[in-house]
Design a protein around this ligand. Structure first.
Ligand SMILES: [Zn+2]
Length: 274
């Protein structure tokens, strides 16, 4: 009898605890035993999260072994859809002024505007550099921008890149003129280091493309180089005024050769610097 009463009392208590009384919450239901197994084995996102973690560790290890890992490279694809004829000073300590950004040249046979060719080459260069582990900063990735040459230099100064390549194509009244030239500043603080980088890059880009090497020119004529506080080279990739070279410069395969040659040159420069 006592046992029966005790059981009834327990049943009543259990009923109370189960939530009949105000202010007492029902006990949470314990999960079934299999639900207590480690989440990574049981849930949908567990294995994916683990895979992602392994993948990111592997990618990091791979990146550490790439020749340009830890290196920041700036790319300034020359010009833009519309030039800006407002003026800005050509150098920090100069009163001489030049147009903020000119409209550039265009292809003698293709008619393609230089700013288009420059960006196509630059995007391939970006990809080639990233494939070697570099961190790449672009002044523009579209045509419809308005960024002066001084602002472009300032952007790269702010990013603190190891080297900037300003990608351009040349033009001349002499339609037979062809080949690649590199331009660096002559007098500012980055002149010497920029020249050193240019010396590493010119043979490599000519080797990859088969283009004629027109040398390294040092002068203080260019706003983009004069305002740079990080090593900076203007790459004149070839002559759009030459009908044959114009076709090459606007050919995707040739653009990849340019990108590969420039990347190899940068690898040599960074390797020699370290
Ligand atoms: Zn140009």
């Amino acid at each position: 009898m006592f046992l029966v009463l005790a059981l009834l009392a327990c049943a009543a208590l259990a009923e109370d605890v189960s939530g009949a009384l105000p202010g007492i919450q029902p006990m949470p239901t314990l999960p079934a035993p299999e639900k207590l197994l480690p989440q990574a084995e049981m849930t949908d996102d567990g294995p994916d999260a683990a895979e992602e973690m392994v993948e990111s560790v592997v990618m990091e290890l791979v990146a550490q072994k790439l020749p340009l890992s830890g290196v920041k490279i700036g790319i300034d694809p020359g010009h833009q859809a519309h030039g800006n004829n407002e003026r800005e000073t050509v150098a920090p300590n100069s009163t001489e002024k030049k147009a903020k950004v000119t409209s550039g040249t265009s292809g003698a046979s293709t008619g393609i505007a230089e700013y288009v060719t420059n960006l196509e080459i630059s995007l391939k260069l970006r990809d080639a550099l990233q494939s070697q582990g570099a961190e790449v900063y672009m002044t523009r990735e579209s045509h419809d921008v308005d960024i002066s040459n001084q602002q472009r230099a300032q952007m790269m100064n702010d990013y603190g890149v190891d080297l900037v390549l300003r990608i351009h194509c040349d033009g001349s009244e002499n339609r037979s003129k062809s080949g690649i030239a590199l331009y660096c500043s002559r007098s500012n603080a980055i002149a010497e280091e920029s020249f050193r980088a240019a010396e590493a890059i010119l043979p490599r880009v000519c080797e990859a493309t088969g283009a004629k090497a027109n040398g390294i020119v040092q002068n203080d004529n260019y706003t983009g180089q004069n305002w740079s506080t990080v090593p900076c080279i203007m790459v004149e990739c070839g002559f759009l005024s030459n009908p044959d070279e114009d076709r090459l410069l606007n050919d995707a395969d040739y653009q990849w050769k340019l990108a590969a040659g420039l990347t190899n040159g940068i690898i040599d420069y960074i390797g020699a610097r370290e």
